[in-house]
Design a binder for this molecule. Sequence first.
Ligand SMILES: Cc1cc2nc3c(=O)[nH]c(=O)nc-3n(C[C@H](O)[C@H](O)[C@H](O)COP(=O)(O)OP(=O)(O)OC[C@H]3O[C@@H](n4cnc5c(N)ncnc54)[C@H](O)[C@@H]3O)c2cc1C
Length: 371
Amino acid sequence: MDYDIAIIGAGVAGSYLGSLLRNVLEDKKIVIFEQLEKPIIKDSGIVSMNIEKFIEKRTLRKLIRKKIKRMQLFSPNGKRIVLSTKKPFAYGLKRKDFIKTLRSPIKDMIKYEHVLSVKLRSDCALVTTENDKYFIRFLVGCDGANSLTRKAMVERGETKQPTLLYGAFVQQKPTKYVKVYLNKFYSPDFFAWNFFGEYGLATSYRPRAHLDYFLKKQDVKPKRIFASPIPIGLIKSFTDRCILVGDAASQVKPLTGGGIIYSLKAATYACDVIKKAFSLSRFDSYVLRSYEKKWKEDFGNEIKRGIEVRKIYRKMTNKQINEAFDLFKNDVEEAFARQAVKQYDYLSSITSSIPKKKITKFMLKNLSLLR
Ligand SMILES: Cc1cc2nc3c(=O)[nH]c(=O)nc-3n(C[C@H](O)[C@H](O)[C@H](O)COP(=O)(O)OP(=O)(O)OC[C@H]3O[C@@H](n4cnc5c(N)ncnc54)[C@H](O)[C@@H]3O)c2cc1C
């Protein structure tokens, strides 16, 4: 074998997992394949306070761009829901510095090679890069939303493809506020945003046309557009000799598109199972399934509920969104103020705080949403 462990991708999931594995499996030969030497900015870097569990305090302080205590949701007819808390419920990170920080302890483990294909065999995983072929005892796919590792699992009937939304944004002069627009003309199946002067949206349908329209309405002239896919779905994340972590495993919140904290959490669960697999010298699905059990116990239900809420939201018209704003505004504002500091990674708990009576009333009036 060329390596005991290969991780594909030195993004959030791969970099963090690499540093955890280095500490617990010192004697193993570990490599991380990464295609880009200079990390790109691909997201807004908004994370819950749970980031404090993963990054040491002093380092984190230098990575915080903004502390977020207030966010405004706008309906198509301009009504507002103001989500605010006394203490910050989220941080806006300096995204480039964040990934540099994660990569710094694993610099020497990274091979900057583009992986062209992955084959999962019973005796090893075969990874072919632009430079060479490598025989790997254990493979971890941290290769993002368009994961090649996941593709190899899909081809063997081991998992399925998640839905891909396309997120795109442009950076303008910083503003002081976070605004989120729920408007079908901007994004038919997600939302558009202005996060402190970063204007963007995600949708699975004609992303560029919607972005152009949104930017025109916001009076923003686009310069450079950053665009990346966002996976949505609850999928299987393990097979013999291989697991998926982060966007590759679709570990993303369906209500916000946020995946940084879930990727970090999943990396810790992945580290535990890989350590166990090497101690038993067993790399079969039977041993690896405890990885999936752990992450699904933590945030699998949240993903499931988020998908259900999204299903309804996708069918809603702008008129129905306006109605929902009028009906649920107070409940959502109160529940958010109470829960968001602790529960920002589990936002569906806020929808479950809305009185059932009100939801039933809304659904009965809009029966088409249940079909
Ligand atoms: C527009 C947008 C806004 C977002 N905003 C937020 C936000 O505010 N907060 C939040 O929590 N999340 C946000 N996300 C989601 C977040 O970016 C991801 O969930 C997170 O980056 C997942 O990390 P990852 O390591 O799994 O994947 P990635 O960060 O995508 O890392 C994958 C790595 O694998 C490498 N790679 C891929 N294929 C290969 C290959 N074949 N060979 C070698 N290397 C390869 C890539 O170069 C990359 O470095 C946003 C996403 C988008 C698109």
